[in-house]
Design a protein around this ligand. Structure first.
Ligand code: PLP
Length: 359
């Protein structure tokens, strides 16, 4: 078997037991006598799967009563637009911009709400967070939107911002399920699946029920969160295979000891990698230490001329997809839930060996 350690930022590695189970059930799923991809989403087998997946997610995240869980389509990008369509009610909305995805969210939201950028750390090339004292919050804003983990620069906001009574909306695409969170601090959480949830094609959205009262009847049903909630995310044909795989992943998280255990493992993985980088005298990470991401670890070599050799040799050593995003350059190791500590250790060993040869 040639399966390697995969550091892709997304679509990203999935836990092997999840893939193995999907493989085993591929032709003959449960009592369906067919693949999960070949049965009606309205049949009793799939309905049971959908209910189980939601129940498992509620358990893993300890989602309190009063929140709806939706399994939708469109990627996080579609929801950049759909959120203001549903929740802005013609009012202005606050956006904190700490990276590329926050910028994109602002652009897509602009046709549907008057966007107020609370603060923007573009000046630091998104390597530092905007100091809290400089944020310009509007207590009358329809909502406050931010990106807790910026996947490209590897910048994470580790505390949920306190913005008073304004509902907090978080694009958690690259951080949801990486550790426990307190869902009650949020009005709406959304995440494209293709990092810690499952394959691409499904978006998990957790929304406080009172906010659904804002969804205007004037928008098409297919964009309307309240309409999706009313139909149990089955307003139209959902991405059944992605939903199934997400469900298997939720079961895997439970079997690993839940998010407390997963979070502890993720903390150790990140600490190990940043610790090595900082002490190496060869590699560097430019992100403000308090804002470093647990999931996406960008790093640079002392000379860009070494990048091509690093990528070629790491791939040959079974360490995939380490190339940094084109806007940042250098390398990036994405170490989501499915990356074991052994994978991070293998990367560090390779980095040590490479540095010893090229220093
Ligand atoms: C934080 C974040 N938000 C949004 C997106 C866009 O997601 P999608 O391609 O599913 O629309 C990404 C993609 O990597 C992301 O990392």
């Amino acid at each position: 078997m040639s399966r390697a350690y995969n550091f892709s930022s997304g679509p990203a590695a999935l836990p092997e037991p999840v893939l193995q189970r999907a493989r085993d059930e591929m032709l003959d799923w449960g009592s369906a006598r067919a693949s999960v991809m070949e049965v009606s989403h309205r049949g009793k087998e799939f309905i049971a799967l959908a209910e189980q997946a939601e129940q498992d997610l509620r358990e893993i995240l300890a989602i309190p009563a009063g929140y709806k869980v939706l399994f939708l389509q469109g990627g996080a990008t579609q929801h950049f637009a759909q959120i203001p369509m549903n929740l802005a009610q013609g009012r202005a909305s606050d956006y904190l911009v700490t990276g590329h995805w926050g910028e994109k969210a602002v652009k897509e939201a602009a046709p549907y709400t008057s966007v107020q950028v609370v603060a923007n750390s573009a000046d630091s090339k998104f390597m530092q967070l905007p100091p809290r004292a400089q944020w310009k919050l509007d207590p009358e804003a329809a909502y406050f939107h931010y990106t807790p983990n910026e996947t490209i620069a590897g910048v994470e906001i580790h505390e949920v911002p306190d913005v008073g009574n304004v509902p907090v909306i978080a694009d958690m695409s690259s951080t949801l399920l990486s550790r426990p969170i307190d869902v009650s601090q949020f009005g709406l959480i959304y995440a494209g699946a293709q990092k810690n949830i499952g394959p691409s094609g499904v978006v998990v959205l957790i929304v406080r029920e009172d906010l659904l009262e804002r969804c205007p009847k004037s928008i098409p049903n297919i964009f309307n969160y309240a309409a999706h909630a009313k139909e149990g995310s089955m307003l139209n044909t959902p991405p059944t295979f992605a939903w199934y795989l997400a469900g298997l992943n939720f079961q895997w998280i439970k079997s690993e000891g839940g998010l407390a255990a997963i979070g502890e493992r993720n903390r150790i993985k990140a600490e190990r990698l940043y610790g090595y980088i900082d002490g190496s005298g060869f590699y560097s990470n430019p992100v403000e230490i308090a804002a470093r991401s647990w999931m996406n670890v960008p790093f640079r070599l002392p000379d860009e001329a070494l990048d091509a050799a690093f990528l070629k040799e790491s791939e040959a050593a079974g360490l995939l997809a380490l190339k940094g995003h084109r806007s940042v350059g250098g390398m990036r190791a994405s170490i989501y839930n499915a990356m074991p500590l052994a994978g991070v250790e293998a990367l560090i060993e390779f980095m040590k060996d490479f540095a010893a040869r090229k220093a």
